[in-house]
Design a protein around this ligand. Sequence first.
Ligand code: PHE
Length: 444
Amino acid sequence: FPGKVKLGDKTYQKDSWFNVPDSIATSIDRQLHTTNDHPISITRSIVESKFPAPAFKHYHDFFPVVSTHENFDSLGFPADHPGRSKTDTYYVNETTVLRTHTSAHELEIFQAKESDGYTISADVYRRDAIDKTHYPIFHQMEGARLWDREKVAHGDIAKAVWEDVERLPKHHMIVEDPNPPTHPERNPLQAGHAPEEAAAIATHLKRSLELMVVEIFSRAKAAAMATNPNYHDEPLKVRWVEAYFPWTSPSWELEIYWQDQWLEVLGSGVVQQELLQKAGVPSKLGWAFGLGLERIAMLLFEIPDIRLFWSQDPRFLSQFTGVSDDLDTLKRFIPFSKYPACYKDVAFWLPPASSSTTSAAGGLAPPQAFHENDIMEIVRNIGGDNVEDVQLTDEFTHPVSGRRSLCYRINYRSLERTLTNEEANRFHERVRGELVKKMAVELR
Ligand code: PHE
């Protein structure tokens, strides 16, 4: 591990925490959210259009390598929060990570005081499962809107915020919002906030985000109708669900009813006064949200697999040509032919969890608690975007020895061509070898 690593155009000192695979490091340069005519960038523009200047300023260029302080501590994450673990997060060294969310920039942006509101769009990184909706790099947009108590006549922030709410356009959709603005246990009012203030800010937050969702869906609908004249038009249904984030209270998630299920699209809340104090703006008050751009883009364009965003295939990219310049030309994605799936299973015994075991490869890997994300990473490092998903299909514990056995089914399928069985076998043999070497499993 000792030595240095180059990420983007910067060089970092590695230590034993380093766990960033090459495939991730080399993708940092892609910056899909600012690539002209890329669906992630188009989606970003549409969302940004609902947060207009002069109140909002839009940022796109925050570098993905941040300190653990920025990503976790500044936001009030407890020291033992699972999100900090090496199994979930990419570490460059003990105090430096690839950001796991755009909230990592809230403190500095509040400190900068460049505008009342802003959005930050950026690539974020999380170790995760492999399937059609998860990819270790994705894109988020953070947004916030602050009001300055000192600039408001008679200090009546609630009145100022309500005046602003009245100026927001009316919209038609079905909104379920059954919960009270605050709840003493589940979603508390902050100590320094008056109930009227929190209620006004919450309404502004909810109305602003509902407007954004209406915009996305009217565009999705127009795109769907263009290709399907029999498109059945139904009013959009959304709901607000109470949530918890260490740096907001009260907090909510917004879910959208889409193709017969509720989809979570964003997290949000009233910004903790403590964060604003830390940022040197104690007299401000406001809201923040963070949303996943891939999820919204997948709905908007009907893109069926998250790997497509990384495809350089002209059959994908050419479908979006010109849309950045004229958002009204947006069309649904028309999938190109689906290539055959190739399923391969791998079954193994996990190493006994005793401290005296050494790995089969000669004691390289100290025994560690098993985490599925390590398997996902081995598969991804070998198969790359040729793997569609990885599922646990069987699991049992031996009644006598107490050892655990797992079976995973890997689906090798390229989005761009037919993989031969030999190619899939080659990937799979390497996966088996690496599982033994890196995780000290015993193949069955
Ligand atoms: N960062 C949060 C996430 O990734 C979303 C969020 C942003 C929640 C801002 C509240 C305020 O889930």
